[in-house]
Design a protein around this ligand. Structure first.
Ligand code: ATP
Ligand code: MG
Length: 260
């Protein structure tokens, strides 16, 4: 990879990353990946491929899962993110929405949103209001339910709240872990629109999805992980045309000759 000059527009660079869990379980091997400033990049792969592990390594949450980066580097612009904690990542502008739409079920929608800006130090009330306005413009349904317990929201609404909470930290790079999982088709479409809108507002997105059709339609570039290694990468539209991706991830039969 060529040396790049110091960046004014920060991009995420993961280089040669190895991650293990516990003493020996190798989850990622020599993984390299780039998310350009303002871009949308898709990360595809089967269950257990290491997608969430990669996001955790970037967001500094790996240690909470007993994982360790044993080799490689993670940089966001000029900030080294490897070995950092989640607060450092959030301060650098990198925020993860974990898989499984984890919201604080017993807290209200409003309280959940407010928890999203924590750890950033003192922020002006005006800035917090601005973030909230952005979330409510994106998710009007949340605006109608600010006082409701998050646990009573529908699955789709909880996913919106989880994304909204991440947006409260005003990320420049959003890490989304399977936002469409388990949602009805209409809600999947809504999530896709939301990713587009968030990106149009200038936030880069690293999108982990098992819904490869949706992810490849949204992303400009994509990576396919297979048991901890990058197996394929390239422009999303090109990857969508390759036999391997069509067969394994888009559920199509090989060369139209019927299902294998
Ligand atoms: N906390 C953990 N402790 C030990 N092993 C783990 C832990 N989390 C994940 N692993 C293992 O690391 C590998 C990668 O898991 P990871 O969760 O990153 O995959 P994934 O691609 O996100 O899968 P899924 O699509 O099912 O979410 C798997 O073999 C998994 O069993
Ligand atoms: Mg996962």
């Amino acid at each position: 990879m060529p040396e790049s000059p110091p960046e004014e527009e920060p991009a995420l660079h993961v280089e040669g990353l190895d991650v293990t869990y516990g003493r020996s379980l190798s989850a990622l091997r020599s993984v390299s990946l780039t998310v350009p400033h303002g871009g949308v990049v898709a990360l595809l792969g089967a269950n257990g491929a290491g997608k969430s592990t990669l996001l955790r390594a970037v967001s500094g949450t790996l240690r909470l899962h007993r994982g360790t980066v044993t080799a490689g580097r993670i940089r966001y612009g000029d900030t080294a993110l490897d070995g950092q904690d989640p607060v450092a990542a959030v301060r650098a502008g990198v925020v993860q929405v974990p898989e499984g739409r984890r919201v604080f079920a017993g807290l209200t929608v409003d309280e959940n949103l407010r928890s999203g800006g924590l750890g950033l130090g003192r922020r002006s009330p005006a800035l917090i209001r601005e973030s909230r306005d952005r979330v409510f413009a994106l998710f009007p349904r949340l605006a109608e339910r600010t006082g409701q317990a998050a646990g009573l929201l529908s699955g789709g609404e909880q996913q919106m709240l989880a994304i909204g909470r991440a947006l409260m930290a005003a990320p420049r790079l959003l890490l989304l872990d399977e936002p469409s999982l388990g949602l009805a088709p209409l809600m999947v479409n809504r999530i896709a629109e939301v990713v587009r809108e968030i990106n149009a507002q200038g936030t880069a997105v690293l999108l982990v999805e098992q819904n490869a059709g949706m992810a490849l339609a949204l992303a400009r570039y994509a990576y396919v992980l297979e048991v901890g290694e990058v197996r394929l990468s390239g422009p999303a539209d090109e990857l969508a045309r390759t036999d391997a991706v069509r067969r394994l991830y888009l559920g199509e039969a090989e060369d139209g000759r019927g299902a294998a």
